[in-house]
Design a protein around this ligand. Structure first.
Ligand SMILES: NC(=O)c1ccc[n+]([C@@H]2O[C@H](COP(=O)([O-])OP(=O)(O)OC[C@H]3O[C@@H](n4cnc5c(N)ncnc54)[C@H](OP(=O)(O)O)[C@@H]3O)[C@@H](O)[C@H]2O)c1
Length: 297
């Protein structure tokens, strides 16, 4: 916690022109809404041009208009790809599509944010096709998009990769077994890559790889109201960019969430499992009520 007193964001380290004097770009996945949109907004404020990724072209175009209105001197482009769609062997189809979208832009930042709004099923009753979708989105998509863009980031170094995790990676939750596994994968992948990027010195690669933990955020899909422990997506976007260059491989982005997490980590694991179970039961009940209200309409 105290480290925050002596830290300020090092995001400007990645806001550098290419050899041809071109402006830097960032790519944010899942940026048509929620936290991804908040991160895109903050990157625009910090002087980057941004490629926003999502699955719905019309929605992305609407978001691009909003972002352009707020930052008329910056450029916003769109990358459409349904992150649950099957990825070919070796990630070739995704790799070709994302590299075509990046083109000759001077990409220095990749934010892996896209997440699946899983419903609160028991694992046994989860639709097998939904399981495939979660695994593709949370494991294959993030892995192959990072693999495809890593050479671009290395070419344009210094570069930055931010991987947006979640509390379920740290405290796996009932009714979200596959989702929790996906977030734990992301945490492990991110840490291993971060260490590897420091080890590889032939040629040296100056890429920061940061895993950020997120707790509750008042996004449309989450449905919670903003409050003391529940920031808006814009606040969370600023918090995520705020921790860049903190010298850690994994960090909780929002300081109030970090304080909560420190307390939670002191609790015996069985007590923590009980707390998570209670929370998940409440969320599951809320979801069932919403589904019932929809049916009655
Ligand atoms: N909100 C929270 O409380 C919370 C807590 C912990 C972790 N997180 C993590 O934070 C990240 C963002 O969450 P969020 O709450 O901001 O989510 P969100 O509001 O639902 O936004 C998700 C974004 O991803 C896009 N997306 C979803 N499925 C996609 C797909 N199959 N292909 C392409 N794009 C897709 C959405 O597009 P559409 O606009 O088309 O839906 C949207 O732009 C996720 O990784 C999530 O796990 C969030």
């Amino acid at each position: 916690m105290l480290w925050r007193l002596f830290h300020w964001s090092k995001i400007q380290r990645y806001n550098h022109p290419g050899q041809r004097g071109v402006e830097p770009w960032a790519l944010v996945t899942g940026a048509s809404d929620g936290i991804g949109k908040g991160v895109a907004l903050e990157l625009l404020s910090q002087g980057f041009n941004v490629i926003i990724h999502g699955r719905n072209l019309t929605k992305l175009q609407r978001v691009r208009e909003q972002l352009n209105e707020q930052h008329p001197t910056r450029s916003v482009e769109i990358f459409v790809w349904d992150a649950t769609q099957p990825i070919s062997r070796g990630g070739k189809n995704l790799s070709e599509a994302v590299l075509a979208s990046v083109g000759s832009k001077h990409l220095t930042v990749l934010v892996n944010n896209v997440g699946f709004t899983s419903t609160y099923h028991t694992f046994a009753s989860q639709d097998p096709e939904e399981i495939d979708a979660v695994v593709t989105l949370q494991i294959s998509f993030v892995t192959h998009i990072t693999r495809a863009l890593l050479p671009e980031l290395a070419k344009n170094e210094p570069g930055l990769i931010i991987n947006v995790g979640g509390l379920t990676g740290l405290f796996p939750s009932p009714f979200l077994a596959v989702h929790s596994g996906g977030k734990a994968y992301l945490a492990g992948f991110s840490r291993a890559l971060s260490i590897e990027l420091e080890l590889v010195r032939e040629p040296p690669t100056d890429i920061e790889c940061l895993h950020v933990d997120i707790h509750n955020v008042a996004t449309n899909s989450n449905g919670s109201d903003a409050g003391f422990l529940t920031p808006t997506p814009e606040t969370m976007g600023r918090a995520i960019i705020g921790v860049v260059g903190c010298g850690r491989r994994s960090v909780t982005a929002y300081w109030r969430a970090e304080a909560t997490e420190l307390i939670l980590k002191l609790l015996p694991r069985s007590m923590m499992d009980g707390i998570m179970a209670k929370e998940m039961m409440k969320m599951r009940d809320r979801e069932l009520q919403r589904a019932a209200a929809k049916r009655d309409d």
